[in-house]
Design a protein around this ligand. Structure first.
Ligand code: SF4
Length: 333
């Protein structure tokens, strides 16, 4: 049975072409096909036609490279969307930007932090000074009364940093820690992602951490965390956020996809509300339908609330409905 369709818990809107994880801090090259300012206004107007007001995360390399960035924020805030800004790199920003966003009514800021120490983070970021800059922005965010989200990559290189990072997330008074397990795509196939057994150990550690942490933990790319944090998959369990389930992603060209890592489009957010595509488009409906899942995910008792990473299944097999190859659980069907 397809679960009832609640609005997504988060809309991620990538305003500028994304940088590759672990790549240069410089913003990615502009894309001639990215949305115009007029089209971006249409995206917000289409979103606002729905009654739902989920948080909208604006992912942007450097907000200064977008002359209409403030106008987009104002439009979203005016229409009642809790708006979160996720800048690509802290080195481009100062606490003046944080004050400005707070004055505009921004609800939160999501900052990248991939190491618990300056040397570890700056090595991963590839630029000295980013750790210190991030801490300045994080403290300014909390001081201005906005919600702070810390975003960390869980790669084969950064995994040893996670325990120290969890301490930092608490010290910074963040409300949410987003831990992203990268999907092997392109040149990342051989470099960043950890193997399945190691990922299982890291997910188990995250579950233990979640039991006592003063912040929420969201494991992107590892929805099976939910089977360790909940006693059983009953009707009361809120499904984990994964590609197309609780999450809708608008890319910088306006295409509405299940996530940044699952490049299948359900249509254009300029022509139709991303919220309505999330609710009704066949792509999204089938990704949320446990009966469509294959392999172990198809017979797993957790499939309605976990469902596995559809992006990892797609990257591994070419089918977004195949089993998640990184879940090692042997659950009875
Ligand atoms: S088998 Fe699939 S649905 Fe079941 S816990 Fe693992 S990833 Fe989730």
């Amino acid at each position: 049975m397809i679960p009832s369709v609640d609005p997504p818990r988060v809309v991620v809107w990538q305003l500028t072409p994304p940088r590759a994880p672990g790549g240069s801090l410089r913003p990615a090259a502009r894309d001639p096909l990215e949305l115009t300012a007029r089209e971006r206004r249409q995206v917000v107007r289409a979103l606002a036609r729905s009654r739902a007001r989920p948080p909208v995360v604006l992912a942007v390399g450097d907000p200064a490279e977008r002359p209409d960035f403030d106008a987009i924020v104002e439009q979203l805030v005016d229409r009642g969307f809790p708006t979160v800004i996720a800048p690509g790199a802290s080195v481009y920003l100062s606490s003046r930007a944080i004050r400005h966003w707070a004055d505009m009514g921004v609800a939160g800021v999501a900052l990248k932090l991939d190491g618990a120490t300056a040397s570890a983070h700056d090595r991963f970021a590839g630029a000295p000074g980013t750790y210190a800059a991030t801490l300045v922005l994080a403290r300014a965010t909390v001081a201005r009364g906005m919600r702070l989200t810390v975003r960390s990559m869980a790669t084969r290189f950064s995994a040893p940093e996670l325990p120290g990072l969890s301490v930092m997330v608490a010290k910074l008074s963040a409300t949410t820690w987003v831990v992203q397990f990268p999907i092997p795509r392109g040149r990342l196939a051989r470099s960043l992602p950890m193997g399945a057994p190691r990922q299982a150990r890291v997910v188990a550690w995250l579950a233990a951490c979640a039991a006592q942490a003063p912040f929420e933990i969201m494991a992107l790319g590892a929805p099976h965390l939910i089977r360790l944090t909940h006693p059983k998959p009953d009707g009361q369990t809120v499904p984990a956020i994964r590609d197309g389930q609780g999450l809708v992603y608008i890319d910088h060209r306006g295409q509405v996809c299940p996530s940044a890592d699952l490049p299948l489009s359900a249509g254009s957010a300029v022509q139709r509300s991303a919220l309505s595509l999330y609710r009704d488009a066949p792509l999204f409906r089938s990704l949320r339908d446990p009966a469509r899942l294959g392999g172990r995910c198809g017979t797993c008792v957790w499939h309605a609330v976990c469902g596995g990473s559809r992006a990892r299944a797609y990257a591994a097999t070419g089918s977004a409905w195949a089993e998640d190859p990184h879940c090692l659980a042997q659950w009875p069907s």
